[in-house]
Design a protein around this ligand. Structure first.
Ligand SMILES: C[S@@+](CC[C@H](N)C(=O)[O-])C[C@H]1O[C@@H](n2cnc3c(N)ncnc32)[C@H](O)[C@@H]1O
Length: 277
Protein backbone atom coordinates (compact mmCIF):
# COMPACT_ATOMS: atom_id res chain seq x y z
CA UNK A 1 0.00 0.00 0.00
CA UNK A 2 1.16 3.52 -0.76
CA UNK A 3 1.86 5.24 2.58
CA UNK A 4 3.24 8.73 2.03
CA UNK A 5 4.13 9.13 5.73
CA UNK A 6 6.75 6.36 5.48
CA UNK A 7 7.72 6.77 1.80
CA UNK A 8 8.74 10.39 2.48
CA UNK A 9 11.62 9.11 4.64
CA UNK A 10 13.53 8.54 1.38
CA UNK A 11 14.43 12.25 1.73
CA UNK A 12 17.54 12.72 3.88
CA UNK A 13 16.33 15.98 5.45
CA UNK A 14 13.75 13.94 7.37
CA UNK A 15 16.05 11.20 8.70
CA UNK A 16 17.40 12.70 11.89
CA UNK A 17 14.82 14.27 14.16
CA UNK A 18 17.43 13.79 16.93
CA UNK A 19 19.11 16.92 15.47
CA UNK A 20 16.61 18.97 17.48
CA UNK A 21 17.48 17.45 20.85
CA UNK A 22 21.19 17.76 20.03
CA UNK A 23 20.74 21.48 19.35
CA UNK A 24 18.74 21.95 22.55
CA UNK A 25 21.44 20.21 24.60
CA UNK A 26 24.01 22.48 22.95
CA UNK A 27 21.93 25.45 24.17
CA UNK A 28 22.16 24.03 27.70
CA UNK A 29 18.48 22.99 27.81
CA UNK A 30 17.10 19.93 29.57
CA UNK A 31 14.52 17.63 27.91
CA UNK A 32 11.38 19.27 29.25
CA UNK A 33 11.93 22.88 30.42
CA UNK A 34 10.61 26.15 29.04
CA UNK A 35 11.90 27.39 25.65
CA UNK A 36 11.70 30.65 23.68
CA UNK A 37 10.63 30.64 20.03
CA UNK A 38 13.65 32.70 19.02
CA UNK A 39 16.06 30.17 20.55
CA UNK A 40 14.86 27.58 18.04
CA UNK A 41 14.70 29.46 14.76
CA UNK A 42 18.21 28.55 13.58
CA UNK A 43 17.16 24.88 13.34
CA UNK A 44 13.34 24.64 13.28
CA UNK A 45 12.68 26.44 9.94
CA UNK A 46 12.94 23.81 7.19
CA UNK A 47 12.84 26.23 4.28
CA UNK A 48 14.92 29.07 2.83
CA UNK A 49 15.59 32.38 4.63
CA UNK A 50 14.07 31.22 7.93
CA UNK A 51 11.74 33.64 9.71
CA UNK A 52 12.34 36.29 7.01
CA UNK A 53 10.24 34.15 4.66
CA UNK A 54 7.51 33.93 7.31
CA UNK A 55 7.58 37.72 7.80
CA UNK A 56 7.00 38.04 4.05
CA UNK A 57 3.90 35.80 4.27
CA UNK A 58 2.55 37.81 7.21
CA UNK A 59 2.88 41.09 5.28
CA UNK A 60 1.66 39.74 1.93
CA UNK A 61 -1.55 38.18 3.27
CA UNK A 62 -2.31 40.59 6.13
CA UNK A 63 -2.00 37.99 8.92
CA UNK A 64 -2.80 39.72 12.18
CA UNK A 65 -3.90 39.12 15.78
CA UNK A 66 -6.36 36.20 15.80
CA UNK A 67 -6.22 35.50 12.02
CA UNK A 68 -7.10 31.81 11.50
CA UNK A 69 -4.17 30.33 9.53
CA UNK A 70 -3.62 26.78 8.29
CA UNK A 71 -0.10 25.61 7.55
CA UNK A 72 0.15 22.60 5.22
CA UNK A 73 3.25 20.53 6.00
CA UNK A 74 4.34 22.22 9.21
CA UNK A 75 7.46 20.13 9.88
CA UNK A 76 8.99 20.89 13.28
CA UNK A 77 6.47 23.70 13.81
CA UNK A 78 8.95 26.56 13.43
CA UNK A 79 6.90 28.75 11.04
CA UNK A 80 3.67 28.03 12.97
CA UNK A 81 5.18 29.13 16.30
CA UNK A 82 6.69 32.23 14.70
CA UNK A 83 3.32 33.15 13.08
CA UNK A 84 1.64 32.84 16.48
CA UNK A 85 4.32 34.76 18.36
CA UNK A 86 5.08 37.57 15.97
CA UNK A 87 1.65 38.17 14.37
CA UNK A 88 -0.63 36.72 17.06
CA UNK A 89 -2.19 34.35 14.51
CA UNK A 90 -4.37 31.43 15.50
CA UNK A 91 -2.51 28.62 13.72
CA UNK A 92 -3.51 25.08 12.75
CA UNK A 93 -0.37 23.17 11.79
CA UNK A 94 -0.87 19.97 9.78
CA UNK A 95 2.08 17.61 9.41
CA UNK A 96 2.30 14.22 7.69
CA UNK A 97 5.21 12.64 9.59
CA UNK A 98 4.33 11.53 13.09
CA UNK A 99 7.83 11.99 14.53
CA UNK A 100 7.95 15.59 13.26
CA UNK A 101 4.41 16.23 14.50
CA UNK A 102 5.21 14.95 18.00
CA UNK A 103 8.43 16.96 18.19
CA UNK A 104 6.61 20.08 16.94
CA UNK A 105 3.84 19.65 19.53
CA UNK A 106 6.35 19.26 22.34
CA UNK A 107 8.39 22.33 21.28
CA UNK A 108 5.21 24.44 20.97
CA UNK A 109 4.05 23.41 24.44
CA UNK A 110 7.48 24.20 25.90
CA UNK A 111 7.26 27.65 24.26
CA UNK A 112 3.90 28.22 25.97
CA UNK A 113 2.14 28.60 22.61
CA UNK A 114 -0.18 25.58 22.68
CA UNK A 115 -3.18 27.91 23.13
CA UNK A 116 -2.32 29.58 19.76
CA UNK A 117 -0.97 26.69 17.69
CA UNK A 118 -2.89 23.46 17.24
CA UNK A 119 -0.76 20.64 15.83
CA UNK A 120 -2.50 17.95 13.79
CA UNK A 121 -0.96 14.84 12.24
CA UNK A 122 -2.27 13.76 8.86
CA UNK A 123 -2.15 13.88 5.08
CA UNK A 124 -3.64 17.07 3.66
CA UNK A 125 -5.31 15.11 0.85
CA UNK A 126 -7.40 13.04 3.26
CA UNK A 127 -7.48 14.87 6.60
CA UNK A 128 -11.08 15.46 7.83
CA UNK A 129 -11.75 19.14 8.57
CA UNK A 130 -15.31 19.02 9.93
CA UNK A 131 -16.29 22.40 8.51
CA UNK A 132 -13.17 24.35 9.61
CA UNK A 133 -12.49 27.62 7.70
CA UNK A 134 -9.30 29.69 7.49
CA UNK A 135 -8.47 33.20 6.33
CA UNK A 136 -4.99 32.22 5.12
CA UNK A 137 -3.36 28.93 4.08
CA UNK A 138 0.44 28.98 4.15
CA UNK A 139 3.00 26.42 3.08
CA UNK A 140 6.78 26.31 2.74
CA UNK A 141 8.38 23.60 0.57
CA UNK A 142 5.61 21.08 1.20
CA UNK A 143 3.20 21.29 -1.76
CA UNK A 144 5.58 19.63 -4.24
CA UNK A 145 5.50 16.52 -1.99
CA UNK A 146 1.76 16.18 -2.54
CA UNK A 147 0.28 14.55 -5.68
CA UNK A 148 -3.14 15.42 -7.19
CA UNK A 149 -2.75 19.21 -7.37
CA UNK A 150 -6.39 19.59 -8.44
CA UNK A 151 -7.60 17.82 -5.26
CA UNK A 152 -5.15 19.82 -3.15
CA UNK A 153 -6.31 23.15 -4.57
CA UNK A 154 -10.01 22.29 -4.33
CA UNK A 155 -9.47 21.36 -0.68
CA UNK A 156 -7.67 24.68 -0.12
CA UNK A 157 -10.47 26.59 -1.79
CA UNK A 158 -13.17 24.95 0.29
CA UNK A 159 -11.23 25.59 3.52
CA UNK A 160 -10.73 29.29 2.78
CA UNK A 161 -13.03 32.19 3.61
CA UNK A 162 -14.40 33.96 0.50
CA UNK A 163 -11.61 36.56 0.39
CA UNK A 164 -8.94 34.23 1.80
CA UNK A 165 -5.36 33.78 0.58
CA UNK A 166 -2.92 30.99 -0.17
CA UNK A 167 0.74 31.80 0.35
CA UNK A 168 3.19 29.11 -0.79
CA UNK A 169 6.89 28.70 -1.41
CA UNK A 170 7.36 25.65 -3.59
CA UNK A 171 9.41 23.90 -6.25
CA UNK A 172 8.74 23.63 -9.97
CA UNK A 173 10.31 22.24 -13.14
CA UNK A 174 12.35 25.07 -14.63
CA UNK A 175 13.90 23.00 -17.39
CA UNK A 176 12.81 19.51 -18.53
CA UNK A 177 14.13 16.64 -16.37
CA UNK A 178 15.29 13.40 -17.96
CA UNK A 179 14.16 10.02 -16.59
CA UNK A 180 17.21 9.62 -14.34
CA UNK A 181 16.65 13.07 -12.86
CA UNK A 182 12.96 12.31 -12.34
CA UNK A 183 13.87 9.15 -10.43
CA UNK A 184 16.31 11.09 -8.26
CA UNK A 185 13.73 13.81 -7.56
CA UNK A 186 11.14 11.18 -6.61
CA UNK A 187 13.48 9.54 -4.16
CA UNK A 188 15.87 12.23 -2.83
CA UNK A 189 13.25 15.02 -2.67
CA UNK A 190 10.09 12.91 -2.52
CA UNK A 191 8.81 15.11 -5.36
CA UNK A 192 5.28 14.10 -6.35
CA UNK A 193 4.21 17.16 -8.35
CA UNK A 194 6.69 19.37 -10.20
CA UNK A 195 4.86 21.20 -12.99
CA UNK A 196 6.48 23.84 -15.17
CA UNK A 197 5.83 27.53 -14.41
CA UNK A 198 2.96 27.89 -16.81
CA UNK A 199 1.20 24.77 -15.57
CA UNK A 200 1.74 25.93 -11.98
CA UNK A 201 -0.04 29.19 -12.74
CA UNK A 202 -2.85 27.53 -14.73
CA UNK A 203 -3.59 25.03 -11.96
CA UNK A 204 -4.21 27.92 -9.57
CA UNK A 205 -6.35 29.91 -11.99
CA UNK A 206 -8.38 26.82 -12.99
CA UNK A 207 -9.02 26.05 -9.32
CA UNK A 208 -10.50 29.51 -8.72
CA UNK A 209 -7.58 31.61 -7.49
CA UNK A 210 -6.39 35.03 -8.63
CA UNK A 211 -2.61 35.45 -8.60
CA UNK A 212 -1.35 38.38 -6.54
CA UNK A 213 2.33 37.39 -6.45
CA UNK A 214 4.06 34.85 -8.71
CA UNK A 215 7.75 35.35 -8.08
CA UNK A 216 10.58 33.22 -9.38
CA UNK A 217 12.91 32.35 -6.50
CA UNK A 218 15.23 30.03 -8.46
CA UNK A 219 18.35 32.23 -8.56
CA UNK A 220 17.86 33.34 -4.98
CA UNK A 221 17.50 29.77 -3.72
CA UNK A 222 20.44 28.58 -5.81
CA UNK A 223 22.60 31.16 -3.99
CA UNK A 224 21.01 30.38 -0.62
CA UNK A 225 21.57 26.61 -0.88
CA UNK A 226 25.14 27.20 -2.08
CA UNK A 227 25.89 29.39 0.97
CA UNK A 228 24.10 26.95 3.28
CA UNK A 229 26.33 24.08 2.17
CA UNK A 230 29.51 26.14 2.52
CA UNK A 231 28.56 27.40 5.94
CA UNK A 232 27.71 23.84 7.07
CA UNK A 233 31.11 22.62 5.87
CA UNK A 234 32.87 25.60 7.51
CA UNK A 235 31.35 24.54 10.82
CA UNK A 236 32.29 20.88 10.39
CA UNK A 237 34.00 20.55 13.81
CA UNK A 238 31.03 22.10 15.59
CA UNK A 239 28.46 19.92 13.82
CA UNK A 240 30.48 16.73 14.35
CA UNK A 241 30.70 17.52 18.08
CA UNK A 242 26.98 18.37 18.41
CA UNK A 243 25.46 15.78 16.06
CA UNK A 244 28.04 13.09 15.28
CA UNK A 245 29.28 11.78 11.97
CA UNK A 246 26.10 10.11 10.69
CA UNK A 247 23.99 13.26 10.97
CA UNK A 248 26.80 15.40 9.56
CA UNK A 249 27.23 13.15 6.51
CA UNK A 250 23.47 12.91 5.93
CA UNK A 251 22.97 16.68 6.05
CA UNK A 252 26.00 17.35 3.83
CA UNK A 253 24.65 14.90 1.25
CA UNK A 254 21.21 16.55 1.30
CA UNK A 255 22.57 20.11 1.12
CA UNK A 256 24.89 19.07 -1.71
CA UNK A 257 21.98 17.55 -3.68
CA UNK A 258 20.02 20.81 -3.39
CA UNK A 259 22.98 22.87 -4.62
CA UNK A 260 23.39 20.58 -7.62
CA UNK A 261 19.68 20.61 -8.52
CA UNK A 262 19.24 24.38 -8.28
CA UNK A 263 22.52 25.18 -10.01
CA UNK A 264 21.65 22.85 -12.91
CA UNK A 265 18.96 25.39 -13.82
CA UNK A 266 16.34 22.64 -14.04
CA UNK A 267 14.90 22.81 -10.53
CA UNK A 268 13.10 26.05 -9.87
CA UNK A 269 11.65 27.81 -6.84
CA UNK A 270 8.43 29.79 -6.78
CA UNK A 271 6.70 32.12 -4.32
CA UNK A 272 2.95 32.44 -4.77
CA UNK A 273 0.29 34.57 -3.15
CA UNK A 274 -3.18 33.87 -4.54
CA UNK A 275 -6.62 35.13 -3.57
CA UNK A 276 -9.71 32.91 -3.57
CA UNK A 277 -12.17 34.22 -6.16
C1 LIG B 1 10.51 20.87 3.76
S1 LIG B 1 9.40 20.51 5.09
C2 LIG B 1 8.95 22.15 5.58
C3 LIG B 1 8.36 22.20 6.97
C4 LIG B 1 7.85 23.58 7.38
N1 LIG B 1 6.92 24.08 6.39
C5 LIG B 1 9.02 24.55 7.49
O1 LIG B 1 9.20 25.35 6.55
O2 LIG B 1 9.75 24.50 8.48
C6 LIG B 1 7.89 19.95 4.28
C7 LIG B 1 6.95 19.22 5.24
O3 LIG B 1 5.73 18.88 4.55
C8 LIG B 1 5.26 17.66 5.09
N2 LIG B 1 4.28 17.05 4.18
C9 LIG B 1 4.55 16.44 3.00
N3 LIG B 1 3.43 15.94 2.44
C10 LIG B 1 2.42 16.25 3.27
C11 LIG B 1 1.01 15.98 3.24
N4 LIG B 1 0.46 15.30 2.24
N5 LIG B 1 0.25 16.45 4.27
C12 LIG B 1 0.82 17.13 5.30
N6 LIG B 1 2.16 17.39 5.39
C13 LIG B 1 2.95 16.96 4.38
C14 LIG B 1 6.53 16.86 5.26
O4 LIG B 1 6.35 15.76 6.12
C15 LIG B 1 7.51 17.91 5.77
O5 LIG B 1 7.57 17.94 7.17
Amino acid sequence: MNDRSTDIKSMKLYHHIDRVMNELRELGKDDTGRLQVRELTSFDQLHYHGTGAVDYAIRATGIDEGTPVLEIGSGLGGPARYLALSAGADVTALELQEDHHLMASSLTERCGLDDRVEHLCGDFLTHPWHGARFQVIVSWLALYHIPQRNVLLQRCRSLLEDDGFIHAEDLYERGPFDDLEKAELASELFANYLPNRNQYRMDLVDAGFELVVFEDMSEDWAAFTHDRLNSYLDQRERHLRVHGEEVFDTMCAFYDTMVRLFSSGKLGGIRVVARRT
